[in-house]
Design a protein around this ligand. Structure first.
Ligand SMILES: [Zn+2]
Length: 101
């Protein structure tokens, strides 16, 4: 049987205190930067369909000079293999926890 690693993002809702702090400390970028990236991807996908790459995410990372190898592997680890998957797999849990603005 393959080992299915539970994605960290799926546990986010239940996290608090030290566990939540450890999650935040382990993020590849600041919490508000990731929130902004999600908003950016959502806006871009409104106007164009996903090409099944992290196209808009990459653009945001380059424009903001983010550490994209780290950020991309974090997105992949949490199911965000392309822009639409980032919105489907990561954004709902993220926004439920940190808000949407
Ligand atoms: Zn996609």
């Amino acid at each position: 049987m393959p080992i299915v690693r539970k994605r960290e993002i799926e546990n986010l809702q239940q996290m608090s205190g030290e566990e939540l702090q450890a999650f935040l400390d382990a993020l590849p970028e600041k919490q508000e930067t990731i929130s902004k990236m999600l908003d950016y991807i959502e806006d871009e996908l409104w106007e164009s369909t996903c090409d099944h790459h992290l196209r808009h995410a990459m653009k945001f990372m380059m424009d903001n000079r983010l550490d994209f190898p780290r950020l991309t592997s974090w997105l992949n680890d949490n199911g965000g293999y392309c822009d639409c998957k980032v919105m489907a797999e990561i954004a709902p849990a993220w926004r439920a926890k940190f808000g949407d603005d």
